[in-house]
Design a protein around this ligand. Structure first.
Ligand code: PMP
Length: 394
């Protein structure tokens, strides 16, 4: 088969491969970014599915518009306007198959072969793969505890002529768990505007906050004309529904609609109607509050287990929300080698190297804390901590 050139840049993701192993019931997994399945509102979903089919069956099983089900777009617009102080209407929204498809559509919209995309170091692996699919070149911007470092971004923008896009996850970042300060968001937006570079602000975790203060996303600032925002039902409801959205200027949405039309015509009509029925019959905020309560307790268990079992000179983030803790272990420890050993002891995590666009750091790892209960977090982190001590003692 004569494959397209873009296939040269694509390799099987370590995480996808790992997820196959972690489906084994005997594995304690901190690997995937999985929400806690026991908290899915299964009975409520069963009830709303029955109602949608009974009352609107013909519509639910029929083709529908590319933009997405109008009542769902309207509901998202109103909810976002309240939460993040925007003035969206449904015209500003396109429904997508998760925020992953949102990234793919934005890639098709913006990236020519050889265009440069700047992202945080480290960043979300599957976004890197999207950018590679469109034969973009991804460069890393250094980060500190407040977000992207402004001077590093300016340096890259000065040195690099063809930067097209800045891809950022300012809240509870995947994989680092970091959250940008408000001041940093203002500064980065100002620099991007000065260089006329679009920003994709990916926000799938934003509603899962366990501590600290909410600050507005860049998309909400008056100067945000070049910001595209991606959102998702995956973490606040269930990822299997595969529904998310893009919020942007009407002109951008109109172009994205053309792209989505040729990609898949539209998202699943039935699923979109299920969500609308779900939010009419149930209190989504109360559901999210339950998730927050459970995840906060798991995050706290994870942090105390790190303190208890890992070497003192381990650096780790204390995420205010989201699903991940990022660890930097004492060098020369290599977490890919460590992973082989931990799998032998039935514990999985993701080594950090795959999250770097350019310069992998081999002593890093990402630990997900949302899908294991406190007891398994204690057992699994103890095993990992012991392995780290053993490796360092060699
Ligand atoms: N963006 C980020 C930062 C993610 O971590 C994920 C998935 N974990 C996605 C996008 C895609 O999620 P989904 O397609 O389920 O909305």
């Amino acid at each position: 088969m004569k494959y397209a050139n873009r296939m040269k840049n694509l390799h099987a993701s370590e995480i996808r491969e790992l997820l196959k192993i972690t489906e084994r019931p005997d594995i304690i997994s901190f690997a995937g970014g999985l929400p806690a399945a026991e908290l899915f509102p299964i009975e409520e979903m069963a009830a709303v599915s029955a109602t949608v089919l009974k009352e609107h069956g013909e519509k639910a099983l029929q083709y529908s518009t590319t933009e997405g089900f109008q009542p769902l777009r309207k509901w998202i617009a109103e909810r976002e306007n309240q939460r993040i102080k925007t003035k969206l209407t449904e015209e500003n929204l396109l429904i997508t198959h998760g925020s992953q498809q949102a990234l793919d559509l934005v890639g098709k919209l913006l990236i020519n072969k050889g265009d440069v995309i700047l992202c945080e170091s480290p960043t979300y692996l599957s976004a890197l793969n999207v950018f590679k699919t469109f034969e973009g070149q991804v460069l890393e911007v250094q980060t500190d505890q407040d977000g992207m470092i402004v001077s590093d971004l300016e340096r890259l923008l000065k040195e690099t002529p063809n930067v097209k896009l800045l891809y950022v996850i300012p809240t509870f970042q995947n994989p680092s768990g970091k959250t940008w300060s408000l001041e940093r968001k203002k500064q980065i937006l100002a620099v991007a505007n000065r260089y006329d570079v679009a920003i994709v602000e990916d926000a799938p975790y934003e509603e899962l906050r366990y501590s600290g203060e909410f600050t507005l996303p860049m998309f909400s600032f008056p100067e945000s004309k070049n910001v595209i925002r991606t959102g998702s039902f995956s973490k606040i409801l269930c990822p299997g529904l595969r529904l998310g959205w893009i919020a942007a200027d009407v002109e951008v949405i109109e172009k994205l609609v053309l792209i989505k039309q040729s990609t898949d015509l539209q998202c699943n009509t039935f699923t979109q109607m299920q969500i609308v029925q779900f939010v009419q019959e149930n209190d989504l905020d109360a559901h999210i509050a339950r998730l927050i309560q459970a995840y906060r307790s798991r995050r706290d268990a994870a942090i105390s287990a790190i303190k208890k079992y890992f070497p003192e000179n381990t650096h780790y983030t204390r995420p205010e929300g989201g699903l991940f803790i990022w660890l930097e272990l004492p060098e020369p420890l290599n977490t890919t080698a460590l992973l082989e050993k931990s799998l032998e002891r039935n514990v999985a995590f993701v080594s950090g190297e795959s999250f770097y666009a350019e310069h992998p750091r081999y002593n890093t790892m990402r630990l997900n804390f949302s899908c294991m209960n406190e007891e398994n977090i204690e057992i699994g982190f103890k095993i990992l901590g012991e392995l780290v001590h053993e490796e360092l003692a060699k």
